[in-house]
Write a protein that binds this ligand. Structure first.
Ligand code: NOJ
Ligand code: CA
Length: 676
């Protein structure tokens, strides 16, 4: 027998290996944020498994958490990883947004790229960490290398193990209604499969929000919870197929002492690439009216016929309303062909370059131009997305020809039911709104639209990950339960929903919520859970460069008391700050107009009434202001007395404080105009 010692030694070693614990993890690289607030440490254990942990001011926020990728075409990048070296750099620049919640954004971070090589396969993978004082981003980068020209990423093993017990605000992922759910508040250790942003408040009061930035050519990240406080990335179905070199989107974690630190952070925008489109000044932020609410009330219809909303005469009426109130635009839904019949999740009759017979686009675009108003056309795909792509160029050409600079796009179908048809007449494959193919679809639309100087407001979108920085014609989107739920009902959006949005969905970017339903009534006169003053406050609390006056012109005519505010409130800001608020309870937002020295405040609460002592220290200390206050009446209540409303003016300075008394389900809006 020539087995010899080598063979025996190998057996002994294998047995010994299998019963031993992996050698303790060793730290291999670390990095501190610019102001030494956050630090990240990477470690590799004896099996070559890679963890990161995050400390804030010396306290652990993210306990050691696994990093790795499951590949379909190569060995999983989860074991046998060997640290090679790390490069570090730092940055401190300030950049300007073409439009936004603030004009100037400071981008100050430290960055570390850690290089790893997988023993056995020789595959190289990098992990890049960017640290800010208010959060971090990290991503995988797989460089070009011999023997591997592409990767099929089936899933990520990225984990987020939150060190302390926490409350969580979240909506379910992978469910039929995409992102349109009411937020649940549960202990972290009861979170189910969730979308991001997922917001946490630890028992010690630390605020943490997990999300992602720059979601390009990749599936969206959901979060699952294998156990306890440990969350794990799960990619939306289909995984990602990418050629090399490639990077994943940034996985982001915002970390702050208070709720305001989450709402005011620029982390998501900063993790995105700079503007690729150059000058987009053809897009003008502003407010719009539209043939819309009536469709959801079912008093008018999308489809042509007796009830048709988008007729030439009716659209003229909306243009008049917009012109009379200084609005930027008028949205028309149901203007094009294909609304007849079965469109939900089908969309195979929609035409985007052909108006219905009773809608005269030439006449209307001339009329709008004469009145200083822009038409906003609607492209509902019904999820026949390849069909839409084939018409895209013609549709954008038509828009450009008629002076249309904004399009609202729609993707109404259940999750996972997007229709992809690579060859006309060929087989139809189903895709997810947040799968890799759709992440690219949205960018194909933006690129084509930009060629025609058109901006896009996507409904039923993929989640926002800050791509408006790179493609500043992606002006807004839905991606949460909007006002339409208050038309339909059952249930409508409870007051807590809009407050929850501030600390969850709105961390990701602008939302076309479509506020301003001053009739406070949905379909069949069902009451909307809001006071009148709250409808005004929403224009300041919720950020979007386009904001709808969603109600019918005849309903605004019944409420002249709200029109001065609705006419005045801008949608483009020099600066913004959450001056007070708690996740899920209330929010007080202050914003300065980008085109004047006026300030605006919006405050909303959940179903509890609240007194808020508001210091006006955000105002310019050298000036006096006339505060125009639009508030809940003394006995207002969203359930019993929603129309109780008061307006008053006062002279104030930055040294003053205002006492806000917000009714249950209520709100308050204030305009501060500097006095000479
Ligand atoms: C859902 C959108 O959110 C809504 O605004 C639109 O009116 C309908 N789809 C029809 O496209
Ligand atoms: Ca919707």
């Amino acid at each position: 027998m020539r087995l010899g010692w080598t063979w025996i030694a190998a057996c002994v070693a294998a047995t010994w290996m299998s019963v031993s614990l992996p050698a303790a993890a060793a730290d291999v690289a670390s990095l501190e944020s610019p102001g030494h607030v956050l630090s990240v440490t990477l470690s590799v254990d004896g099996d070559g498994r890679l963890d990161y942990r995050v400390d804030r001011l010396g306290d652990e926020v993210i306990a050691p958490s696994r990093l790795g990728l499951l590949l379909g075409n190569a060995r999983a990048l989860s074991r046998y990883l060997q640290f090679e070296n790390a490069e570090r750099r730092e940055e401190d620049v300030t950049w300007e947004q073409p439009w936004g919640e603030r004009r100037l954004v400071r981008d100050r971070y430290t960055e570390m790229t850690a290089h790893f090589v997988q023993k056995r396969s020789g595959v190289r993978v990098d992990v890049v960490f960017r640290l800010y004082d208010d959060g971090l981003g990290f991503r995988y980068a797989i460089p070009a290398q011999e023997g591997l020209d592409h990767v099929e990423i089936e899933d990520e093993l990225t984990e987020f193990t939150i060190a302390e017990p926490a409350s969580a605000w979240w909506i379910p992922a992978g469910e039929w209604n995409r992102y349109e759910y009411l937020y649940q508040r549960t202990p972290l250790n009861q979170v189910g499969r969730a979308h991001t942003p997922l917001t946490l408040r630890t028992d010690a009061g630390l605020h943490v929000a997990i999300h992602e930035a720059a979601l390009v050519d990749y599936p969206g990240m959901w979060l699952t919870r294998p156990e306890g406080q440990r969350l794990r990335a799960q990619l939306a179905p289909g995984g990602a197929k990418r050629s090399l070199p490639m990077t994943t989107p940034w996985r982001s974690v915002q970390i702050s002492d208070d709720a305001a630190g989450l709402a005011d952070s620029n982390l998501i925008l900063n993790l995105n690439e700079p503007n690729r489109l150059g000058d987009v000044s053809w897009f003008k932020p502003g407010k719009y009216a539209g043939v819309w609410w009536s469709l959801h009330l079912q008093t008018e219809s999308w489809a042509a016929g007796d009830q048709h909303g988008a007729t030439t005469a009716n659209t003229q009426r909306y243009i008049d309303f917009a012109a009379d109130n200084g609005l930027m635009g008028v949205l028309v839904e149901g203007w094009n062909r294909g609304w007849n019949g079965d469109w939900f999740g089908w969309g195979r009759e929609f035409e985007f370059a052909g108006a219905s017979e009773d809608f005269d686009l030439d006449t209307l675009s001339d009329y709008a131009k004469k009145k200083g108003v822009q038409l906003i056309l609607h492209h509902e795909t019904g999820c026949a997305v390849s069909r839409y792509e084939r018409q895209l160029s013609d549709a954008m050409t038509l828009a450009e020809k008629h002076g249309v600079h904004a399009i609202k796009a729609g993707y109404v179908c259940d999750a996972g039911q997007v229709q992809r048809q690579d060859v006309e007449g060929g087989p139809i494959r189903r895709e997810w709104h947040d799968g890799q193919w759709m992440s690219n679809h949205f960018l194909r639309v933006l690129e084509e639209a930009a060629k025609h100087r058109v901006a896009i407001n996507s409904h039923e979108p993929i989640k926002d990950t800050g791509l408006r920085r790179t493609w500043p014609n992606w002006i807004s989107r839905e991606g949460a339960r909007g006002m339409e739920y208050n038309a339909w009902g059952n249930p409508k959006n409870p007051p807590s929903h809009e407050v929850n949005l501030v600390y969850t969905r709105l961390l990701s970017g602008p939302m076309d919520y479509t506020p301003g339903v001053v009739s406070l009534k949905g379909r069949g006169d069902t009451p909307i859970p809001s006071t009148l003053a709250r409808q005004l406050a929403l224009y300041v609390v919720i950020y979007s460069p386009i904001q709808m006056l969603a109600d019918l012109p005849e309903h605004y005519a019944e409420h002249p008391e709200v029109m001065p505010f609705l006419r005045a409130v801008p949608t483009d800001w020099e600066s913004s700050q959450l001056v007070a608020g708690e996740v899920g309870e209330y929010a007080v937002m202050a914003r300065r107009d980008r085109n004047s020295s006026a300030w605006y405040v919006g405050a909303i609460t959940d179903e509890h009434g609240r007194q808020i002592d508001l210091p006006l220290s955000f105002l310019d200390p050298k000036r006096k202001y006339r505060a125009e206050i639009y508030r809940d009446g003394d006995d207002a209540d969203f359930r019993s007395n929603p129309f109780a409303f008061a307006s008053e003016t006062r002279t104030v300075t930055a040294a003053d404080r205002l006492q806000l008394r917000i009714a249950p389900g209520g709100g308050e809006a204030i305009r501060f105009v500097p006095l000479r």
